[in-house]
Design a protein around this ligand. Sequence first.
Ligand code: ZN
Ligand code: ZN
Ligand code: ZN
Length: 536
Amino acid sequence: MKNFNTIILLLLVNLSFAQNKQPKLVVGIVIDQMKMEYLYRFNSDFSENGFKRLMNEGYTFHNMHYNYMPTYTAPGHASIYTGTTPAMHGIVSNEWFHRTLKKEVYCTDDDSVSTLVAGTDKEGKMSPKNLQTTTITDELKLATNFKGKVIGMSIKDRGAILPAGHFADWAFWYTKTGNFISSSFYGKELPSWVTEFNNEKQYETYLTKGWNLLKPIETYNESLIDDNPYEGKLYKKPPVFPYDLKGMYEGNDAGVLRVTPFGNDVLANLAKRAIEKEALGKDDITDFLAVSFSSTDYIGHTFGPRSIETQDTYLRLDLTIADFLNYLDKTVGKGNYLVFMTADHACAENSSHLKDHKYEVDNISYKDVSKDLTAFSNATFGANLLLKYDSYNVHFDKDMIKSKGLDLTKVKQSFKDFLYTKNYVKRVYTEEEILASSSNDQLLSFVYKGYDPTQNGDLYFVYKPGFVEYSATGATHGSPYTYDTNVPCIFFGWNIPKGKSHDKKVITQIAPTLAQKLKITLPNGTDSEVLEEVLD
Ligand code: ZN
Ligand code: ZN
Ligand code: ZN
C-alpha cells in the first residue's frame, strides 16, 4: 500500500511537471516612465492584489537599470525585448536625425505599409522594420514554428510594435480617433473583434465620467499639493482636480484619453478581449501578449513625478493590474502564465523644483542649444557648419566643411571646447572617441551602448545630472543618471520563485532570461547575461 501511494505520488508529480513544461502564456507588462521609487512611495496606498501581489508572490529586482542613453520610450521597449542596446538594435531614439539618410526618421515609420482603419492614414504607416535584431517574441515564433501567437498592444504605436517584433501576429495602437488600429504589415484587415471593440467607444464612457481623485485628497500626502508651480496645464486647463474630460474631448479629440489614467483601463480591457477572442493561453503552445501602459508617461510629462495626478494614476493602475491578474487566474489559470513587469525608462525630477530648493540645475531649451551652436559656428567659421542639432547629437555639414577647406577634426574640437563652456554640459564625445571606447568612463559606456555611427551625430554630449532638455513644468527623461535608469522589474507566476534582489542588474538581461526560462533561442543581438535568480 505504501509503495502504491508512492507510485501515485510520483505519477502526479510527473504529470504536473509535464503539464507545466512551458507556460501557456507569457505576459510582458511595460509601464511607461515608471520609477522604481513609486513602488515604495505609494506602497501603503496600494491594494493587496496589484503591485503588492506581484512583489509578494513573485521575484522583485530592486536595483534594475538601463545601461545606455538616451533613455526614451522606443529604445527602452526595443532593449527590453531584444536584450541589447540601441548600438546593436538600431532604435537610437523615438525620432532622430538619421546621419546616412540625412533626414528625420520616426522609430516605427514605414512608408511601404498602410493603415487598416480609415481616417488614420499617417498613424497606420508603421512597422518594426527599423528594428535590426530579433526580439524574445520573434524567438518564440521561431521556436513554435509560428504556432505560438504573439500580440503587442499599447496606447503608443512604438509601445505596441517594437515588443511584438518582426514575426508578430498583431500589434494594435490607439489613435486620436478613439480607435485602436494596426497596419497592413500584420494583415489585410483588422480582426473583427478589434472592430467590435472600437465600435463600443469605451473612451467616451470613461471621458464622460471625468477624472476625480480615487481617494480623499488628504491621503495623497506622499506628493506635492494639487496646484503647484511644477505642473503643466492639461489642454490649457489649470492642473487641479476634478478634470472635466468631457469638455476637453469635445473641444479636441479622443486623444485626450491618453493623458488620463483611463487610457490604461481601456488598454487592459483590450488585453482581456484579446485573450478571450484569440484564445491566448488556451492550448499548450506558448503565446505571448506584450502590453505597454503609456498613460503614465503622458501624465508624468505633464504633471511631474511629485504630483497627485501621477500618484492617483498609479493607485488606479494598481487596481487595473489587480483585475488583470485576477482575469489571468480565471482564464489561463494560476501557475500557467508567466508575467514580467518593468518600465521603458524612469523620469527626472522637475528641475525648477530642485532649483527652488537650492540645487543649481536648470531646464534647457532644445531650441536655445540649437541657436547657440549655430551662432558659434557663424562667428567662428563664417558659416553654419551645423547640419542638425538633435537632442545630444550634433551633426555637421561635411560638404560645407570640405568646400571651405576646413579640417573636420579641428571643427569638432572647437565645437567641443565651446560646449564645455556651457554650465549644463558634463561630457562631449566625438564619434572617434565613442567608437574607440574601452575606458572606465561610465558615461562614455552609456553613450557607446546607445550610439550607431550610421545614424547618430558627429558629436554627442551629455547633460550634467539634474539638467533636463525640457520645459519648466512637468518632467522628462533621457539621461544616463539613476533617476532615469532605475525601473521596476518583477517576475511572477509560472515557475518563478518568491524573492527579491538588491544586486545591480541591467535591462538587457530580461530577454535572455526569458529565452533560457522558455528554453528557446536567444534573441540574436543580446550579450546574454541572465537573471539567474528566476531560472530553475
Ligand atoms: Zn516611455
Ligand atoms: Zn495638480
Ligand atoms: Zn516620455
